[in-house]
Structure formats: structure tokens, C-alpha cells
Design a protein around this ligand. Structure first.
Ligand SMILES: Cc1cc2nc3c(=O)[nH]c(=O)nc-3n(C[C@H](O)[C@H](O)[C@H](O)COP(=O)(O)OP(=O)(O)OC[C@H]3O[C@@H](n4cnc5c(N)ncnc54)[C@H](O)[C@@H]3O)c2cc1C
Length: 387
């Protein structure tokens, strides 16, 4: 019997597993390797942080989904590939043989080698670690004004700044300041001008402090005596190359997406950042029996931002092409949409809608619509009660 191995329970693989449950592949052993039991759905993550959703609302239970798809679930992290022998190496599990492989493991913020970044900052990904660190931070009793630093002004950083500001203001009656650091002159570089302008306006209106063209070069503990009411070691100092230096109680990294080094080391063709280069059939450029989707993949013919919406869109075509390669058929190309609707929450049960260069104002109706779309997306996955 031949074996199809899926690494990572990202958005595309969740959809593939659902399809495999509905249309099982005959005589194929199916293995899912995942380092988590519950995969977060990115579209609802900011709403979860804002307290609008429960954990179950915005996490896909991979144990139930694997059971539905009749896949063996290996709860472990993949850490390498042998492309000569077609094996996946895991942190603990013995090597796993495959005939076909699909990789959907997302990305992590490029935390760069900045002094203090690891010790004194939290990376927004992996999401479970981020959520745990954030819960620990907000579990403290805040009897003084606090400040949060967010490094990275892409869509994720902007959405987090808007969401966490509201949460902190509720938790901390003495006041909460949010500082957003971005190395480029404008926020949200992959979006159209109108979208960038609208979000900049909203952030400024909401009193979020923007530091554009600022490159963070270190984070250290501060003994800032200008804040006498604060225990000296409670504050971190975010220093920028320009000399700017801002005290923050917590710092979150939402910088440019990065790929784990084992991907490049495995010998798969990658781009300069180490993401797997794929054809428009979602197959690796160098190894056609290996597929990749979501953030970890780069399609040079049709480059798109690293966003959950693309990982979702690739799910059904990935299932179709896996089915076709296994049954010896030719693979049709997948052409991602050029323009797409994006509904981005502003943390206050409102959302801004964007379509190409068109951008709305924050609207409660658009939040309602976004919530509906996201809940419909999540409702397609079986939960433990439904099996
Ligand atoms: C704060 C924040 C907010 C965001 N908000 C949005 C949004 O509103 N809309 C949007 O479209 N995008 C958003 N994004 C981007 C979005 O999170 C990603 O683009 C999306 O999650 C990518 O999906 P994926 O399927 O590639 O991988 P992921 O969703 O990251 O899933 C990868 C899975 O693989 C697992 N995994 C990783 N490594 C291994 C390994 N070695 N072995 C086994 N398993 C592994 C992970 O645990 C995870 O479950 C946001 C990002 C951040 C940081």
C-alpha cells in the first residue's frame, strides 16, 4: 500500500482532510504529522484575543478531523526530510516513509538576531505559544498604566495593535498605550494605497503610537527612573537604530514571515527566504511528488502575500491534485485570484472591507458579515460531538 503523508495541520490540510473524509482514497495509507492537536484558524484569532470567540470556536480539532479522514495522527514536529529515501524525520517519532508528501506548516515571524528579542519579546507564531504567553501577561494585576510594543506593521501587526489595545484598556483602568514599530515608511506594504491610508487613519484616531521608518535593534530590561511607580525590572526598553527608545511592559513580534531552516536543508527548491518554490499545480518545482501550500509555499508565477486566505483557497485544489497524482492523472493548474475581498477587524466588533484599491470605513455590518463567513468556514469541520 502506498503512503500519503501530510505535514502540518494548516488551513489547506484541514480542508484536504475534510475532503478525504468525504471521498476516501482507495488503498492509500494516510498520515498526518502535526505538532499540535488543535490548529488555530487565523481569520478568528484576533476575535479570540478580543474575547469574542471561545477556543473551540476558532480551533480545528485535528484528532477528530484525522479520525474523520481515517488518517493516522502522529503528534510530533517534522524536523527534516531525506529526499533520496523519501522519509520524514520527526523530533521523537521514528522516520516516516512516504510515496507522496504535502507540506502546510505555515511560517513564523522572522525574529531576527536582535539582542533581547527572544528573552524579552513574544513572537506572534507559533500561535499556541503566543496565546499562552499573552494569557500569562494579562493574568497580572495591573494597578498602573501599562504599555505594549508591537514590532511589525503588516496586516497581522495592525490587527493585533487594534485588538489588544481594547483588551488592555479594559484590563487596566489606569491606561494602556500601544506602540507600533515598522521599518518601512508605510504600514501594510502588500496592500493598496487606499487601504494603508485608511488603517493609518484608524490607528491614529485610536491613539496608537506609530513609529514608521524605525528599525528595532534591541530590547533590554529598563531601570527607567522616570517611571518611579513601576518596579524597575517590569519594563523593557525597545531601542531603534535612530536612537528612539520606548519603554514597554510587553513586546510582540509580528515581523516578516520566515521559514524553518530544515526545509532548505532538505534539498527542496526554495526562494531566498527559504520558502518552498511551487508550480501552479502546487507541486514542488524540484520534487513533483511533494506538494506545498499556505505560507510555507511560494508560487513564483503568481506571488501572493502570506495570508490565511490563500492557504484556504489552495485547500480544495490541493485535494484534487493529490487525488489525481495518486490515480495517475494529469494535474490542472491552480490560479489564485488577483483581487480578493479582505475583511479586517478593528478589535471593536467592526471591520474594514478591502477589494483591490477600494476600502471601506470601519463598519459593524462588515464585522457581522466577517463573523458569519468565519463561522461557516469553521462549521465544515467535524468536532468531537459530531463523530
Ligand atoms: C497575529 C496574526 C493575525 C493574522 N490574521 C490574519 C487574518 O485575519 N487573515 C488572514 O488571512 N491571515 C492572517 N494572518 C496570517 C495567517 O496566520 C497565516 O497566513 C496563515 O495561518 C497561514 O496558514 P497555513 O495553512 O500556511 O499555516 P498555519 O495556519 O500556520 O498552520 C500550520 C500548522 O502546521 C503546524 N506545524 C508547524 N511546523 C510544523 C512541523 N515542523 N511539524 C508538524 N507540524 C507543524 C503548526 O502547529 C500549525 O498547526 C495573521 C497572522 C498573525 C501572526
Amino acid at each position: 500500500m502506498k503512503t500519503l503523508v501530510l505535514i502540518g495541520g494548516g488551513h489547506s490540510h484541514a480542508i484536504v482532510l475534510r475532503w478525504l473524509g468525504l471521498q476516501p482514497l482507495a488503498d492509500v495509507r494516510l498520515i498526518l504529522i502535526s505538532d499540535v492537536t488543535h490548529a488555530p484558524y487565523s481569520g478568528m484569532l484576533p476575535g479570540y484575543l478580543a474575547g469574542f470567540y471561545s477556543f473551540a470556536d476558532c480551533h480545528i480539532d485535528l484528532r477528530t478531523l484525522a479520525k474523520f479522514a481515517q488518517a493516522e495522527l502522529v503528534l510530533d514536529a517534522a524536523i527534516g526530510l531525506d529526499l533520496q529515501t523519501n522519509q520524514v524525520f520527526c523530533r521523537q517519532h521514528h522516520p516516516i516513509d512516504f510515496d507522496w508528501l504535502s507540506i502546510d506548516i505555515g511560517s513564523t515571524p522572522a525574529t531576527i538576531n536582535i539582542p533581547g528579542a527572544q528573552e524579552y519579546g513574544i513572537a506572534a507564531k507559533p500561535v499556541p505559544q503566543f496565546l499562552a504567553a499573552w494569557q500569562r501577561f494579562i493574568a497580572q494585576k495591573f494597578d498602573r498604566a501599562i504599555s505594549l510594543g508591537i514590532v511589525g506593521g503588516g496586516a497581522g501587526g495592525v490587527e493585533l495593535a487594534l485588538t489588544l489595545q481594547i483588551q488592555l484598556q479594559q484590563l487596566c483602568p489606569a491606561g494602556a498605550a500601544v506602540h507600533l514599530f515598522h521599518r518601512q515608511p508605510e504600514l501594510m506594504n502588500s496592500y493598496a494605497n487606499a487601504v494603508r491610508r485608511r488603517f493609518t487613519e484608524v490607528l491614529i484616531d485610536r491613539g496608537i503610537k506609530l513609529y514608521l521608518n524605525e528599525v528595532v535593534e534591541s530590547i533590554s530590561l529598563s531601570s527607567d527612573q522616570t517611571c518611579p511607580q513601576v518596579a524597575p525590572d517590569a519594563l523593557k526598553l525597545v531601542r531603534c537604530q535612530s536612537g528612539l527608545s520606548i519603554p514597554c511592559d510587553q513586546v510582540i513580534w509580528v515581523t516578516q514571515a520566515a521559514a524553518p531552516s530544515w526545509i532548505r536543508q532538505s534539498g527542496l527548491s526554495t526562494d531566498e527566504q527559504g520558502f518552498i518554490l511551487i508550480k501552479n499545480t502546487l507541486q514542488s518545482l524540484s520534487h513533483p511528488h511533494i506538494f506545498a501550500t499556505g505560507d510555507i509555499a511560494t508560487m513564483p508565477e503568481h506571488p501572493r502575500p502570506k495570508a490565511g486566505v490563500f492557504a484556504v483557497r489552495q485547500g480544495q485544489p490541493l485535494f484534487a491534485n493529490l487525488q489525481r497524482i495518486i490515480t495517475g492523472q494529469s494535474l490542472p493548474p491552480f490560479l489564485p485570484q488577483q483581487r480578493y475581498l479582505s475583511l479586517i477587524g478593528t478589535g471593536d466588533r467592526q471591520a474594514i472591507g478591502t477589494w483591490g484599491n477600494f476600502c471601506t470605513r470601519p463598519s459593524k455590518l462588515l464585522w457581522w458579515w466577517k463573523e458569519r463567513i468565519d463561522r461557516i468556514f469553521m462549521s465544515q469541520f467535524p468536532n468531537s460531538d459530531s463523530l
